[in-house]
Design a protein around this ligand. Sequence first.
Ligand code: SF4
Length: 179
Amino acid sequence: MGLLDKKYHDSNIIIVSLESALNWARKSSLWYEQFGLACCAIEMMATAASDYDFDRFGIIPRSSPRQADVMIVAGTVTMKMASRIERLYEQMSEPRYVISMGSCSNSGGPYWEHGYHVLKGVDKVIPVDVYVPGCPPRPEALLEGFLKLQERISNETIIEPRETEQESTEEEKEPIEVE
Ligand code: SF4
């Protein structure tokens, strides 16, 4: 017997805007593109395992970019991988989001100075919505990154704006940094 049992059996009406309902559905079913580039990927896998349980947020892995809503760039982005990441991103359908996980993906990390083979930030090839700092970030930090992304999705305008409002809604999204 749950807490809500028989609480709403008479008139169960909820009034909410269509946009809020759609955004709630979108933020509650974020499917992420499943791949890892280096050590940060181990923490990403730990976040999906039973202790942290990504699934309870509706966050589940997909092996095809065509069915994914969000890409987690987890690890070192080498020059060789950069073009592959870009291609995978382009194969994702809109609206699509990117979480940059860890120092390597954010800025080149320990390879910042001498890593001639490492891209100094994945945002040089694809737009990033949330930066998660750390080397590697703990699972809690990645979860926090997803909560920030969910917040962003909740506040998004998805209904076509009227012409007069167009300019203000076309403002560029600022990336979020997890503290
Ligand atoms: S940020 Fe640190 S843990 Fe993550 S991929 Fe780079 S070196 Fe590895």
